[in-house]
Design a protein around this ligand. Structure first.
Ligand code: AMP
Length: 238
């Protein structure tokens, strides 16, 4: 972590958490994110991706006292994990207030936390849109936007909410986009949110469902169509 030249308060927090050296995704993503680039991180949960986006965010918020960061994640559990990590990371920066906006919890507590002018907002897309529509949250100062587990947010049907949020965040911002899988829907979402993004990939970019059997048949250019027809004739159904 020393090679990243982080703020001493962050170095101290990492030591307190027992983080001695960066994981592969952190090694690649932290310097890129700190150079203000848009980033696509292909990584599963468990790779250390939370720190990979929280550390560059904290560096930026320390530099820009009027700016805030917004993280969107698909589930309340993930939002709460990110919030817990942020609290540990900002142990020596007590002014870096955080609020988590998730469904199923009363609005009152969230409104009180919002009144303290949090610098770090972590939310599920549904509850965030609720707050945006009631004008109880303001994203005009959002300098960094994170979409965590973007593929899962699409699987859970959050595409309309993600499109709505985009209207409330400034165009001049940095976007960090994390996903474990890649398909055309994820690709379209990335194109809408990101500008000249750098891809950082750890492990396989996309995994087929485990129920799909795959095989490779070697053929020639001329034989290809007939081989395909032969294969299709041997099978029933889709
Ligand atoms: P995540 O993929 O962000 O959910 O992280 C997975 C787990 O690894 C969490 O429990 C983190 O606290 C832990 N972790 C992340 N980065 C490091 C690191 N550099 N050193 C030790 N543990 C880490």
């Amino acid at each position: 972590f020393q090679s990243f030249q982080l703020d001493p308060s962050i170095d101290k927090a990492l030591v307190a958490m027992g983080f001695l050296k960066p994981t592969p995704i952190q090694q690649k993503a932290i310097p890129l994110a700190m150079s203000n680039k848009d980033l696509i991180g292909c990584a599963q949960t468990g790779t250390g991706k939370t720190a990979a986006f929280c550390i560059p965010i904290l560096m930026e918020l320390l530099k820009s006292p009027d700016k805030i960061a917004l993280v969107m994640a698909p589930t309340r559990e993930l939002v709460q994990q990110i919030e817990a990590f942020w609290r540990n990371l900002t142990k020596f920066n007590p002014n870096m207030h955080c609020v988590s906006l998730i469904g199923g919890l009363p609005m009152n507590g969230q409104l009180r936390a919002l009144a303290k002018k949090p610098r770090f907002i972590v939310a599920t897309p549904g509850r965030l849109v609720d707050h945006l529509q009631r004008r109880t949250v303001n994203l005009n100062q959002a300098k960094i936007l994170v979409l965590d587990e973007a593929d899962r947010m699409l699987d859970m049907g959050f595409a309309p909410q993600l499109a709505q949020v985009l209207r409330f965040v400034p165009k001049a911002r940095q976007t960090l986009f994390f996903t474990a899988t890649w398909d055309t829907n994820v690709d379209q979402l990335a194109k809408r949110y990101l500008k000249d993004a750098v891809l950082v990939s750890i492990g396989a970019v996309s995994q087929a469902a485990s129920t799909i059997e795959q095989s490779l048949i070697s053929t020639t250019a001329q034989g290809k169509n007939n081989t395909l027809l032969d294969e299709l004739e041997q099978r029933q159904g889709s």
